[in-house]
Design a protein around this ligand. Structure first.
Ligand code: UDP
Ligand code: MG
Length: 321
C-alpha cells in the first residue's frame, strides 16, 4: 500500500488545529487504497499549538510532528517537512484551511496517472485586498521576465510531490529559500489544478509587509542575476547620451558663443549619476549578503524534538539538517 505524507508547516495556529485535523481525516477516508500520515512542522509557535498536536497524536497515531528550535519561517519549515517526510508522495498544505484539503483527492488521481508534481493554482482569493492581489500579479510578471525557468504564477506551495521531487528538493540546501522557484527548477512532470482560496478558518495571517518583501527579494535574487547585469547597460546608455550632449554643447559654443550657464545641468547630471551608483551598489550588496549567508554553511534549521517511531533512519537525517 502506498503512503502519502501530508506536511503542514504550522505557526501559532492553535485555533484552527482541531478543525484542520477533522477536515484532513474526512478527506483521508475517501482514499481507499492509500495510507495517509500527517506531519506537522511546528515553526516555533508561541501559543499552545505543539501541546494541541501532542494531544491529538494520542488519539490519532497517524499524526507526527517535528518541533523546530525557533521560528525559522515557512520556507525552512517546509524544508524540514521534506527532510522528515517518508511517504511515497508528499502533500504540502497550509495549516489555516485556506486551501481545501478535499483537492488532495484529485491530486492523488493525477499522481496515480503518472504525474510527479501536481500543483494547485488559486483562481480567486476571497478576503484579500485589491492591493495585495495587484502587487502579487505584478511581482510574478516581473520575476517571469527575469528568469529562464518557468515560474508558475499563483501556484503556491499547495501541491502533491512524488518522492522523486522531494528527494530533489532535499538536495537544494540553501537557507535563503524561495521554494516556489525551486519547484520549476527541479523539473519533473507537472500538472496544474485550480481551486478557490477560502478565508482563514481562524487567527491572523503570519505574513507582514517586511516578511513579504524579504520573500520577494529572495525570489528575485535567488533566481536571477539580471539586477546585477542591468547596470552595465544603464551605464552604457548614459555614457552614450552624455557624449551626444557634449557634442551638442561643443557645437553650440563654436557657433553661438558661450554664456557661462550650465550649472543646473551639471548638478542634475551629478545627482542623477550619484543616484544610479547608489542603486547599483545596493543591488550588489543584496547579492553579496546572500553570498555571505550561504558561505557560512550553517544548517538551515534545528529541531528541538520530534515524535519518533523508528530511530535508525533518523541518524542520517540529523546529519543532513
Ligand atoms: N507559517 C509558518 N511559519 C511562519 C509563518 C507561517 O510555518 O513563520 C505557516 C502558517 O502557520 C500557515 C502557513 O505557513 O500554515 C501559511 O501562512 P499564512 O496563512 O499566515 O500565510 P498566507 O496564507 O497569508 O499567505
Ligand atoms: Mg493563509
Amino acid at each position: 500500500m502506498k503512503t502519502i505524507t501530508i506536511v503542514i508547516p504550522i505557526y501559532n495556529e492553535e485555533e484552527v488545529l482541531p478543525q484542520l485535523v477533522r477536515r484532513l481525516d474526512d478527506m483521508s477516508k475517501s482514499l481507499t487504497n492509500i495510507e495517509c500520515e500527517f506531519l506537522f512542522i511546528n515553526d516555533g509557535s508561541e501559543d499552545q499549538t505543539l501541546d494541541k498536536i501532542k494531544e491529538i497524536r494520542e488519539k490519532e497515531p497517524r499524526v507526527n510532528y517535528v518541533d523546530l528550535s525557533r521560528n525559522f519561517g515557512k520556507e525552512l519549515a517546509m524544508l524540514a517537512g521534506f527532510d522528515y517526510a517518508d511517504g511515497d508522495a508528499v502533500v504540502v498544505i497550509d495549516g489555516d484551511l485556506q486551501q481545501p484539503p478535499e483537492l488532495i483527492l484529485e491530486m492523488v488521481k493525477w499522481w496515480e496517472k503518472g504525474y510527479d508534481d501536481i500543483y494547485a493554482v488559486r483562481v480567486d482569493r476571497k478576503g484579500e485586498s485589491k492591493l495585495k492581489k495587484w502587487t502579487s500579479e505584478l511581482y510574478y510578471k516581473l520575476i517571469q521576465q527575469m528568469t529562464t525557468e518557468k515560474v508558475y504564477p499563483l501556484a503556491g506551495d499547495f501541491r502533491l510531490l512524488d518522492k522523486k521531487c522531494v528527494a530533489a528538493l532535499r538536495e537544494l540546501r540553501e537557507s535563503e529559500r524561495y521554494t516556489k522557484g525551486m519547484y520549476g527548477w527541479i523539473g519533473f512532470k507537472k500538472k496544474q489544478l485550480t481551486y478557490v482560496a477560502d478565508e482563514r478558518a481562524a487567527g491572523l495571517t503570519k505574513w507582514n509587509f517586511p516578511k513579504l518583501f524579504k520573500l520577494a527579494m529572495d525570489g528575485i535574487t535567488s533566481y536571477s542575476t539580471i539586477p546585477l547585469k542591468i547596470w552595465s547597460y544603464v551605464g552604457f546608455a548614459i555614457s552614450f547620451f552624455s557624449f551626444l550632449f557634449l557634442l551638442i554643447e561643443i557645437g553650440k559654443t563654436i557657433f553661438l558663443g558661450t554664456d557661462v550657464a550650465g550649472y543646473p545641468t551639471l548638478l542634475a547630471g551629478v545627482l542623477f549619476l550619484g543616484g544610479i551608483q547608489l542603486i547599483s551598489l545596493g543591488v550588489i550588496g543584496e547579492y553579496l549578503g546572500r553570498v555571505f549567508i550561504e558561505t557560512k554553511r550553517r544548517p538551515p534549521y534545528f529541531i528541538r524534538e520530534k515524535s519518533g517511531n523508528d530511530s535508525n533512519k533518523d541518524d542520517s537525517k540529523e546529519d543532513r539538517s
